[in-house]
Each structure stands twice: as structure tokens, then as C-alpha cells.
Ligand binder design. Structure first.
Ligand code: SAM
Length: 271
């Protein structure tokens, strides 16, 4: 089907297959073709790019991605969408739909396979908001050779994740692999059902491979945000904590959000 996101087409598909969006899977379908085309146009994907999409829904974004990318592979958790996707994307021959929870995908392996055929691999998605952080963490910590990511998230979340003065384990993980930006804001009116908040496109350009030891240090450092870094890290470095913090030139009384990514990277050397 051409232009799935046009309101009449979306309504036709949802009615024909009796699909009701479910909160359980964070389903808010995009119903504005212009907005979808703008989202795709602001990504660097081209015919040499393989796009990995999370949650195609009824295929509105997938279709537009298929026109710009060399190949699209979309992971969908909701098997109720099988028949509708078979019909809506029947003409998009460069699209593969895989019914699998994205959080269980071995991203490093599949990206390595796609890199044999395509120069670039990018992730593009209108994310299910209930697992935004889990998905971003899954992608970053996978160490997959991804070039860039462009995902729709809640505007508040995109603002936090791109605010250089805000630090959380996730922002520090992102900072350790590349550069993030907020590329575009999107009104809640272009979804069905409409979410309660506005959305934004968060992009990450990957420059470095993730160091898995960082997860251990960050999770421990942020166990209790109000505690000092010394108190939080005691469970990891035991009686060596003071010595290690001194060797890294880190003030024992600092709170976890006061440390920079470089400080955390130094700490990983002591694991
Ligand atoms: N891409 C469509 C669009 O823009 O209209 C749908 C986006 S909707 C916000 C999120 C989609 O992610 C839904 O289709 C939902 O079923 C799917 N989803 C939710 N959790 C998932 C998971 N763990 N793995 C794969 N897909 C998931």
C-alpha cells in the first residue's frame, strides 16, 4: 500500500484487521505522512544503508524508510500485526519483518552480518516509550558496529539526554560512544492514539565502541544518587575505594552526577 500513514489508509487497515492499539506495547501509531517524511529526510540513510527499525506497528514509518534505505529490517513484538504488515508492506521488497522482542536481539551479530553488504547500519524508530531507556541501553552496550541512531522519544527524555549539565548512567553511556542531539520536535497530535506528551527525535552518531566495564562502575556509582561517590563505590572497590579514587584524582565527597565521563573511564581501569 502507498502512503500507509494517510489517515484514510491507516483507518482502513486498523478496521480491516480489527487492530486496537495496546498500551502494553506502547503503541501510538504515526498518522501524518508529512511528519514521517520529515523524520526520514533528517536522517543520513541512503541506498548503502541498512536500517534496523524497532516496532513497525502497521508499517507507516517502515514504508518511507524502505524508499530511502538499501534494506530495512524491522523487529515487532506484537504478532497480531502479522497480517496487516503482510498487506501494508507487500510492495516494499527490501523490508524484512521479524517478530521478536528487540531486547532479545543479538545486535552485535546481526549488525556484523549486515555490514558485509551495506556500508552503514542505522537504527530508526518511533520507540515504545515504556522501554525507551532499556532499548537505548541495549543498543549502546551491545558493542554493535552501528553508525547512527535516530529515534522518537518523549520530548522531556530527549531534552534530558542531550543536556550536557544532566548526568545519569544512560547519558554517560551515550557520551562514552558518541554525540547525541535533539533533531526535531513532534506534536502529540500526529499519533493515534495521541500520547499525553510531545515527542522529539533523538540522534546519536557513534564514534567509539562501548566498554562493558563502564556499566558496572556506573550502576554502582549511581546506586544512591544522594550518597557520595565514595560511599556508593565501596561495594565495588571494597577497602581499596579511597586509594583508587585518589589515584584517579576524584574528590571522595563528590556526588555521582558531579563526575565526568573521563572520571568514570579512569575508574574502569581498576576493575
Ligand atoms: N512505527 C510505528 C509508527 O510509528 O506508527 C509504531 C510505533 S509504536 C510507538 C511502538 C511499536 O513498537 C509498536 O508497534 C509495538 O508493538 C512495538 N514494540 C513494543 N515493544 C517492543 C519490543 N520489545 N520489541 C519490538 N517491538 C516492540
Amino acid at each position: 500500500m502507498k502512503n500507509i500513514a494517510k489517515k484514510a489508509n491507516t483507518m482502513y487497515l486498523l478496521e480491516k484487521y480489527n487492530i486496537k492499539a495496546t498500551k502494553k506495547f506502547g503503541q501510538n501509531f504515526l498518522i501524518d505522512l508529512n511528519v514521517i517524511q520529515k523524520i526520514v529526510a533528517c536522517t543520513p540513510i541512503d541506498q548503502q544503508t541498512c536500517v534496523i527499525e524497532i516496532g513497525p506497528g502497521i508499517g507507516a514509518l517502515t514504508e518511507q524508510l524502505s524508499y530511502q534505505a538499501g534494506h530495512v529490517v524491522s523487529y515487532e513484538i506484537d504478532t497480531r500485526l502479522k497480517d496487516v504488515l503482510n498487506e501494508s508492506l507487500s510492495e516494499c521488497l527490501n523490508v524484512d519483518i521479524i517478530f521478536q522482542d528487540f531486547l532479545t536481539v543479538d545486535l552485535k551479530k546481526i549488525v556484523a552480518d549486515y555490514k558485509k553488504q551495506y556500508t552503514k547500519v542505522s537504527i530508526v524508530a518511533n520507540l515504545p516509550y515504556y522501554i525507551t531507556s532499556d532499548i537505548l541501553e541495549h543498543i549502546i552496550t551491545s558493542q554493535a558496529d552501528i553508525d547512527s541512531l535516530h529515534v522518537m522519544v518523549q520530548k522531556e527524555v530527549a531534552l534530558k539526554l542531550t543536556d550536557p549539565s544532566y548526568r545519569s548512567p544512560l547519558t554517560l553511556m551515550i557520551e562514552s560512544v558518541g554525540k547525541s542531539s535533539l533533531d526535531m520536535t513532534i506534536s502529540q497530535n500526529v499519533f493515534s492514539p495521541a500520547p499525553r506528551v510531545d515527542s522529539a527525535i533523538l540522534s546519536i552518531v557513534f564514534e567509539k565502541t562501548y566498554n562493558p566495564l563502564l556499566t558496572k562502575v556506573l550502576k554502582c556509582a549511581f546506586t544512591q544518587k544522594r550518597k557520595t561517590i565514595y560511599n556508593n563505590l565501596k561495594s565495588l572497590f571494597l577497602d581499596k575505594t579511597e586509594e583508587i579514587l585518589n589515584a584517579c584524582d576524584i574528590d571522595l565527597k563528590k556526588r555521582p552526577e558531579e563526575l565526568k565521563i573521563e572520571d568514570y573511564q579512569k575508574l574502569t581501569h581498576y576493575l
